[in-house]
Design a protein around this ligand. Structure first.
Ligand code: SAM
Length: 299
């Protein structure tokens, strides 16, 4: 029996590295399609919960980067919240935060969130991250989180982000890599749902293993002073990441069925069995590898 109370503050792995070796060449990717997880109410709520869960880590990242008061910053693909509120705090009343989002439902929720929180230095712009309507070379920092994992045109996304930065500005990527994601004891419903989720995600151009590629993508784009932080956490009972796979299944349930990956009754049975397995405190869940990578646009 694992004593989770003692492990509450322990991190399974936490390391900070820079200049990772390149591990994979870039395969030809299918053309960009829609956001694989969809623009539904279910996904909107999932993204709000996830933004809350990721907040401590995002704060640490912004501490390390050192965002200056008065800066102009952008959160690309901000979803219904992203890190808009954290950037707003950092840049202060003389700074400006722009959230760029393509999905109308998420952009509307982001506007509601910034109004509710009274964040007068934040605005939301509707647009495609691959060809934004934002002014080129006008930002001190451009950030994205979990957008690159969803789009097949990864180099285009990074090039667009860099084009928005002034020379010497900071580009920041936050992604995951599913390499570490598992439960112990293993469970057939975990395997079935993870396999179905990956199949939907990859069919739509997503790369669930993109995290490992961030250093090489930045390097290939000519970014300087690249730094990388990686960490893996346990997903403890009661924490949001514990049942993240179940939430993802809910977000792609229609596609799982329409792609013939699982019949509806199979998906329901696997979901129930997995919820029970994850509710057992004796089950260990190791979360996805989280990767943060950043650097400077050359002058
Ligand atoms: C997993 S969510 C992450 C949201 C937010 N960055 C966060 O970390 O909470 C991915 C977001 O990227 C947006 N997105 C995906 N492709 C996009 C594109 N081509 N242009 C603009 N937004 C895009 C989606 O609509 C969604 O809001």
């Amino acid at each position: 029996m694992i004593d989770y109370s003692q492990q509450q503050s322990e991190k399974l792995v936490r390391r900070v590295i820079s200049g990772l070796p390149e591990t994979r060449t870039h395969d030809a990717l299918p053309p960009w399609q829609d956001y694989p997880l969809g623009g539904t109410q279910v996904e909107e709520e999932r993204l709000i919960r996830q933004a809350t869960d990721y907040e401590p880590r995002a704060r640490l990242l912004l501490d390390r980067i050192g965002v200056q008061p008065g800066s102009n910053v952008a959160d690309i693909g901000c979803g219904p919240l992203g890190i808009l509120h954290l950037l707003s705090e950092r840049v202060g009343p003389l700074g400006r935060v722009v959230g760029l989002e393509r999905e109308p439902r998420f952009a509307a929720r982001a506007r509601a969130e910034i109004a509710r929180r009274g964040l007068t230095n934040v605005s939301i712009v509707d647009g495609d991250a691959l060809a934004t309507p934002l002014k080129k070379q006008s930002f001190d920092l451009v950030h994205e989180r979990l957008v690159m994992i969803n789009v097949s045109a990864r180099e285009t996304l990074l090039a667009e982000m860099l084009s928005l930065l002034r020379p010497g500005g900071t580009v920041v990527l936050e992604e995951v890599d599913n390499v570490s994601w598992l439960c112990q004891p293993a469970h057939p419903s975990w395997d079935a749902i993870l396999h179905a989720f990956h199949a939907v995600f990859q069919a739509d151009g997503g790369d669930p293993f993109v995290g490992r590629r961030l250093p090489e993508l930045l390097r290939a784009a000519g970014v300087q002073d690249i730094q990388v932080a990686m960490s893996v956490d346990l997903a403890l009972p009661g924490e949001y990441p514990r049942k993240h796979l179940v939430s993802l299944l809910d977000s792609v349930r229609d596609r799982v069925s329409s792609m013939g990956l699982l019949k509806d009754e199979e998906a329901t049975a696997h979901r129930e069995a997995l919820v029970a397995h994850l509710s057992d405190p004796a089950t260990t869940v190791i979360d996805k590898l989280r990767v943060q990578a950043w650097g400077r646009k050359s002058k």
